[in-house]
Design a protein. Structure first.
Length: 88
């Protein structure tokens, strides 16, 4: 009977070790996916910021060329809105 209890404990210990290993692997995979997700989010954000900067430069130049003409300023506003939507 002693051998039976010992083998059960050994089996329980082995299963416990396997569960710990699986937990470690799951944690590693989750951490890796989270890191990749945040990295891609940061790259997207900087790309969007660069795009928006370009839209703003074009908008300022358009307003400068409009020389106060309200019709041209409205066109500049529309162009800026289209450019900004393209950055999303």
């Amino acid at each position: 009977m002693d051998e039976n209890q010992t083998s059960r404990r050994s089996l329980a210990g082995a299963l416990s070790t396997d569960k710990r290993r699986l937990s470690g692997v799951r944690f590693y995979i989750l951490a890796s996916l989270l890191t990749l997700g945040l990295t891609s989010l940061q790259l997207m954000t900087s790309a969007q910021a660069e795009c928006i900067d370009e839209c703003e430069k074009a908008y300022v130049q358009c307003l400068y060329n409009a020389n106060g003409d309200p019709a041209m300023e409205a066109i500049c506003d529309d162009r800026y809105d289209e450019c900004f939507e393209g950055c999303q």
